[in-house]
Design a protein around this ligand. Structure first.
Ligand code: 26Q
Length: 823
């Protein structure tokens, strides 16, 4: 049988090589000889796509026939990264493709690196959607994703000589995208602006005039791991209804004739680059409406083929809203049911509120979406009318429950009073949903006790729940750390852990096995070496792989406190400088690695990047420092960059002010790959520390429950910085003394910390330094360190997105796996 398997293998390899060559000559119209890596990648990807489409078709056919209840995941961001390696791994064809392309004269790794990231997201929220659709496919759940096909994803980050972030466009579609299928035949009209005429004696209205454009579907097949089931990610691109205005064209006004067509195409031109920061721009609302309206039209058209009553819709359709960005879809469903399908208002509302569920990702007030009412009314006049009606009914119900409590009514209203008024999207999302969830235990608790407290009292506790985030172990272990994955598979004797991640806990006793520890450490060192080579060749920075690699890789934001990290680095530098050559020998070697983008308009976040880069220039070139300290800012962080960083980290830096980071997910990626958690008692850190054991993590800082009081003290009765933290005062002095270039440029960063320190940087600095001392102490004992690293990795079984998606399916969606039969 071994011989036979080898024979089949050879046949497969030949068939795959043939299919790649066929795409070279036919699809790409090129000569098979003299092919460059780009073309070879394209042909390979097209060959893999053929495989995916076979499965995709079978899945679609099966679900059409079977008509199960389906979940639709609405996310305005999908941070998919690259697809080729993921696809061949999920199809169990990686070896075949590697060998086949080798036979054709290519190095498979090089081909993988030709792929552009699909970076249609900012950070955690967009990557979460990508992990979730991977898990939906893997768990055989009938689910689709809906999003937008931006022509430009998150900007490319460049760092100038002076450490400034510069933004360049991300033209990810400049080569054909082999992973999508344009469905020009699947398109829907979308209206903006216009006027509304009420139809007397009904709830109905006619919305007409304004401008119209088309939303055109692009489908991206998403393969499950080790299953035939293939999910679909449907992304919408905006297009003009007609190519151009013939009247203007004929009158000789060429500019006017193409204006409306380019206006239409602009809607899905670019992703808004804000993360956890609300931007009230009309074009953003257009994006949201186009996406929601097209997705709903698509879902309802599919439902209508079943020939059921509208009342049964919630038995067949559930829509999960990723944050408030798709909240307008609640109103759009009402509009379609009432105005177009002539469903009575109350019936429509009953149906709608059984279809939607809402996931919140933040308690930060500056991130809560609220639209200026005049802007909203102008763009979507009929929707505003419906919101008024929804709000009126809702507030009547509140008044009945809490008679005379006017303040409560003001607090809960969907409309915020003032000049101008605002539409509060979170309130609308809660009112229109049957379930609201946060993304980690603490976060869900905080939601219920703070910003949504009134709603818990009104709707009841059962309407609120927690689903802790997760990450897919296929991309974030199997794909990015193949050697560790192999070690796990070999030791467990099977690959089942990749779909039952809990099973890796069986390997916990291996922490006490010296041979296993050596193998584990060897893999970490190889991953560190690989990263060190990239840093040397791309950034010309030499790092010592025997140093502890600390990694803080995430968007730049004040609440995430990259400041604490870089201030700690500066203090370490000052201490090295002060030390005698003898004392220097006692320092533990550190490599502080940062990566992440700042929103282009976020001045302070950009200033933090500047400080990190300028500190790295001084520190890395100071002969006094030698190998003791390196500071690295890796530009243009992305999913594919993360796949190199995550397996190489020793310490996972997760140091947000307690109560501010809803969950975090890089903490999960780094932990699963064996990085020890250096973190605050915040978000999913808490659940991670609980599972890995607090003795295996470094927790520090004020607790969420105490933050308000400290904040209050900081701003109303501020003690001098030197009293709050003498070490931080020393650091600030060094910065102000131009140690890292012109000190005064950092004033906007330092002054708020002197004055009111909203994020408690000074208050947590002391305990942060204490935690770092524990890190250093442990690093000196490599066997102990490796034990804790192994315990961390193998205790992460609960943080797979398979578990998260199973939670959603059981407790919110009420849907079941429906696997495509194997032949
Ligand atoms: C809103 C309005 C207009 C323009 C942009 C936005 C916008 C865009 C992106 C608002 C927020 C975001 C992204 C938020 C985000 O990524 N939140 C993170 O979600 C992760 C997944 O749940 C959590 O792990 C993180 O804690 C949370 O910060």
């Amino acid at each position: 049988t071994a011989l036979k398997a080898e024979h089949v293998d050879k046949e497969d390899t030949q068939a795959v090589a043939n299919s790649v060559v066929r795409h070279v000559t036919t699809t790409l119209a090129r000569q098979a000889a003299n092919l460059d890596d780009i073309a070879a990648y394209q042909a390979t990807a097209l060959s893999v796509k053929d495989q995916l489409l076979k499965r995709w078709n079978e899945t679609t056919t099966y679900h059409t026939k079977h008509a199960p209840k389906r979940v639709y995941y609405f996310s305005i961001e999908w941070l998919m990264g690259r697809s080729l390696d993921n696809a061949v791994l999920n199809l169990d064809m990686r070896n075949t493709y590697e060998t086949a392309t080798q036979k054709l004269g290519f190095n498979f790794e090089d081909l993988l690196n030709e792929e552009r990231d699909a970076a249609l997201g900012n950070g955690g929220l967009g990557r979460l959607a990508a992990c979730y659709i991977d898990s939906m496919a893997t768990l055989n759940l009938p689910g689709w994703g809906y999003g937008l096909r931006y022509s430009y994803g998150i900007f490319k980050q460049l760092i100038s000589n002076t450490g400034e972030q510069l933004e360049a466009p991300d033209p990810w579609l400049d080569r054909e995208n082999p992973w999508e299928i344009a469905r020009i035949d699947v398109s829907y009209p979308i209206r903006f602006y216009g006027r509304v005429e009420s139809i007397p004696n009904t709830s109905r209205a006619i919305w007409s005039g304004g401008t119209e454009c088309l939303a055109v579907a692009y489908d991206v097949p998403v393969p499950g791991f080790a299953t035939k089931n293939t999910a679909n990610l449907r992304l919408w691109a905006s297009r003009p209804i007609q190519g151009f205005d013939l009247n203007s064209f004929n009158a000789g006004n060429y500019e006017a004739s193409v204006q409306s067509s380019s206006d239409a195409e602009n809607i899905t031109r670019v992703l808004y680059p804000n993360d956890n920061m609300y931007a009230g721009k009309e074009l953003r609302l257009k994006q949201q409406y186009l996406w929601c309206s097209a997705s709903l039209q698509d879902i309802l058209r599919r439902y209508q083929k079943l020939d059921l009553s509208w009342e049964q819709l919630p038995d067949y359709v559930v829509i999960q809203m990723n944050d408030t960005h798709p909240t307008i879809s609640i109103v759009e469903l009402m509009r379609i049911l009432i105005d177009e399908e002539e469903v009575p208002y109350d019936v429509a509302w009953k149906i709608t509120t059984k279809v939607f569920a809402y996931t919140n990702h933040t308690v930060l007030p500056e991130a809560l979406e609220k639209w200026p009412l005049p802007l909203f009314e102008n763009l979507l006049p009929r929707h505003l009318q419906l919101i008024y009606q929804i709000n009126l009914n809702f507030l009547n119900d509140v008044a009945k429950r809490f008679p005379g409590d006017m303040d409560r009514i003001r607090r809960m209203s969907i409309i915020e009073e003032g000049t101008p008024k605002f539409v509060r999207m979170a309130h609308l999302a809660i009112v229109g949903s049957f379930k609201v969830n946060g993304v980690a235990e603490l976060h869900s608790q905080l939601l219920q006790s703070t910003i949504f407290r009134d709603f818990v009292e009104f709707k009841g506790r059962d309407s609120f729940t927690n689903v802790t985030n997760g990450i897919t172990p296929r991309r974030w272990l199997l794909q990015c750390n193949p050697r560790l994955a192999q070690l796990i598979t070999d030791t467990l004797g099977s690959e089942h852990w990749l779909v039952h991640l809990k099973q890796i806990a069986q390997l916990l006793p291996m922490a006490d096995n010296a041979q296993f520890r050596a193998a584990f450490r060897e893999i970490k060192n190889e991953n560190k070496t690989r990263l060190a080579e990239v840093l040397a060749s791309e950034l010309n920075i030499q790092v010592d792989i025997d140093s502890v690699f600390t990694c803080q890789i995430k968007r730049l934001h004040e609440y995430k406190r990259q400041t604490l990290n870089i201030f700690g680095v500066i203090l370490r530098y000052l201490q090295i400088k002060k030390a005698t050559p003898e004392e220097r020998k006692k320092f533990v070697k550190h490599t502080a690695i940062f990566a992440g983008k700042a929103a282009p308009g976020y001045y302070i976040a950009k200033l933090v990047i500047r400080l990190i880069v300028n500190v790295s220039k001084i520190v890395n070139n100071d002969p006094d420092v030698g190998h003791l300290l390196r500071v690295v800012f890796i530009p243009d962080y992305s999913v594919s960059v993360a796949e190199v960083l995550v397996p190489a980290a020793d310490v996972s830096v997760q140091i947000s002010t307690a109560g501010t980071e809803a969950s975090g997910t890089s903490n999960m990626k780094l932990g699963l790959n064996g990085a020890l958690l250096l973190g605050t008692v915040d978000g999913a850190n808490i659940e991670i520390a609980e599972d890995v054991g607090e003795e295996n993590a470094f927790l520090f800082g004020h607790l969420a429950a105490d933050v308000d009081a400290v904040r209050y003290a900081n701003s109303y009765n501020p003690t001098p910085l030197a009293e709050r933290s003498p070490e931080l005062a020393e650091v600030f002095k060094a910065i102000e003394a131009n140690t890292f270039g012109d000190g005064h440029i950092y004033e906007p960063l330092l002054k708020p910390i002197y004055d009111n320190d909203y994020y408690l940087v000074s208050n947590d600095f002391g305990s942060y330094l204490a935690a770092e001392r524990l890190v250093d102490e442990l690093w000196r004992d490599q066997e102990e360190w490796t034990k804790k690293s192994i315990r961390t990795a193998f205790s992460m079984g609960d943080f797979t997105s398979d578990r998260s998606i199973q939670d959603y399916a059981d407790s919110i969606w009420s849907i079941e796996p429906d696997p495509v039969p194997e032949n």
